[in-house]
Ligand binder design. Structure first.
Ligand code: CP
Length: 275
């Protein structure tokens, strides 16, 4: 797929149609999938803000929508706004259905980590920020538990720490993890620093505590100096205030390469399910 992108795309899938249905907001994932399908030569039907156009009640409205839309296309990319929505949709869908929540983000994160560091077994990864609600860090932790000798450092204030379901999953897979609050202590230890954004309205503490939080978990010129020279910084983007723009040109800032890899990964995934 990287070669195809360098050649300017392919027309191999010009008879195929992808429908993207987004019931929940997305700035990057939807564009990434649509770009991937376009570069494969396929056509795209798109519905942003689908919950405003398709009825979400009664309870089986999603099933009805999928039954209709699957006649219009060869693959559906769905981000639904309810837990279990993609699974419900997949049960009635007659074409491949890809969950555009964060499973594909975790795949592109793994692809990027492997491409940048040339390893997955033995990785040391710091996951930083709002771990309680950050869907990307939850999915990535889950996938990393499939590899050997991985060490995960969960770095966040106590109220935003990784939830029990993922911790239990790691324990079942004998994956090593540590709960930390001091980012600077962890930075010299790891191969990957994965940052997530934290919005003010998701933080329970006072304004002063929030200011401290941002200061403590901010990646800037000083903190990057603590990292190994071959370590990388990843982010699902878009960023909020967690990474200073002054480090964008440091070779360890891999987040824009990561978004490029996302499109490549999604091209491969679409081609695979469309075969
Ligand atoms: N990285 C990511 O999933 O972004 P969106 O939620 O904007 O798609």
């Amino acid at each position: 797929m990287e070669q195809i992108v360098k050649r300017g795309g392919t027309r191999d899938y010009d008879r195929k149609i992808m429908a993207s249905l987004f019931y929940d907001s997305s700035s990057l994932t939807r564009l990434s999938f649509e770009s991937a399908m376009s570069r494969l030569g396929g056509k795209v039907l798109t519905m942003e803000n689908a919950s405003a156009f398709f009825s979400v009640s009664p309870d089986d409205a999603l099933e009805d929508t999928i039954r209709v839309v699957d006649d219009f296309c060869d693959v559906i990319v769905l981000r639904h706004n309810e837990i279990g929505g993609a699974e419900r949709a997949a049960k009635v869908c007659t074409v491949p259905l890809i969950n555009a929540e964060h499973p594909t983000q975790a795949l592109l994160d793994l692809y990027t980590i492997h491409k940048e560091t040339n390893k997955l077994d033995g990785l040391k990864v710091a996951l930083v920020g709002n771990l309680a609600e950050g869907r990307t860090v939850r999915s990535l932790s889950y996938l990393l538990s499939k590899f050997e000798r991985v060490k995960l450092y969960f770095v966040s204030p106590e109220s935003l720490q990784m939830k029990e379901d993922i911790i239990d999953h790691l324990a079942e897979h004998n994956t090593w993890y540590a709960v930390e609050s001091d980012l600077h202590k962890v930075l010299p230890e790891v191969d990957v620093v994965y940052t997530t954004q934290i919005e003010r309205d998701r933080f329970d503490g006072s304004d002063t505590e929030f200011k401290d939080f941002r200061k403590n978990y901010f990646i800037d010129k000083d903190s990057i100096e603590l990292m190994n020279k071959n370590a990388i910084i990843l982010s699902p983007l878009p960023r909020f205030t967690e990474i200073s723009r002054e480090i964008d040109h440091d070779s360890r800032a891999a987040y824009f390469r990561q978004t490029q890899n996302g499109m490549i990964l999604r091209m491969a995934l679409l081609a695979w399910v469309l075969e």
